[in-house]
Design a protein around this ligand. Sequence first.
Ligand code: AMP
Ligand code: MG
Length: 345
Amino acid sequence: METKVLPADQEGIAAAVKLLEAGEVVAFPTETVYGLGGPASRVDSIQAIFAAKGRPSTDPLILHLPDPDLARAVADGWVASPLPEAALVLAKIFWPGPLTLILQRGSGVHPEMTAKLETVAVRCPSHPAARKLLKSFGSPLAAPSANRFGRISPTDAAAVLQELGGRIPLILDGGPCSVGLESTVINLIKPIPEILRPGGITMEQISATLGRRPTLRSGFLQKEESQTAPGQLASHYAPATPLYLCDTPIQNLAPESFHILFSRSPKNPAAAALVLGADGDPGSVARELYRALRIADASGAKKILVEPVPDGIWAEAVRDRLARAASGTAHWRGKGWEVIPRQPA
Ligand code: AMP
Ligand code: MG
């Protein structure tokens, strides 16, 4: 299949809507990462998304709403009522934006989209092209990240082409993503909200809005548990090159390794290093992380070495993704990484 790349302008969006109306899937920009969208009401499109990504059917998709009004999503049968109060509050403050709410699935949601779970993940993205696409199509899109399963999420159109070129008909190019990491996923089914995946909206922002601190799901699950708590698999967001987390800042660059550093330049400058966050912008570490992992992966280095992530509003999400990129063998504990022994096979 030929994969077209079109600018995410009026013409590009019209071409995308035409494909969606025929039940096809298209990649499009969101503020978090690029998504692979298909009509949420069509089971053939949902199956096409799983097939293009090589994603196991046990890992559910996120429902992307054209409208930030949750009550409307209930009226349209996407989400079941009654809505928890916290959902209304969070949607009002953070939508459109990078926050995904886990709610009871409405009768209009196909079970294949949610991996047969009784819950559904919903969000309304804020990227102008995503909003235009959703509004023009006029109905929610099922959309996971536009990468092959387990690999690094794409934060620009070139990365989508690298991941899914030849597997999908169209990529809308809306430039680099402004957040650069996936949405925060919060489970609102339980009495105490639980963050399943740290991301674009921070724990502090959510705590301040709800007036209580959600719990943070920690620990990675083994494969067989994925049905009940999807998206928690240890190895995820991973480059092909082995990635190692260093316990102390990297002082000297190692041969045949690619180094990811934070906020300072190496003593012996070399091509095999990237410094993230050097511009002092707190968002740039998150925004640049996946691009850096792609560059590191393509560099031919035998190892990727990453130094400790400094504290900051994005640290939680960046540490989470790096621990998964390191095959789930590490957790961030206080000031350093704790290595988790691999489970016997
Ligand atoms: P992606 O859109 O590729 O970032 O993947 C969607 C992610 O949303 C999954 O990996 C899960 O973490 C999360 N998710 C989707 N549906 C549910 C659900 N019903 N319950 C819990 N998490 C979900
Ligand atoms: Mg994903």
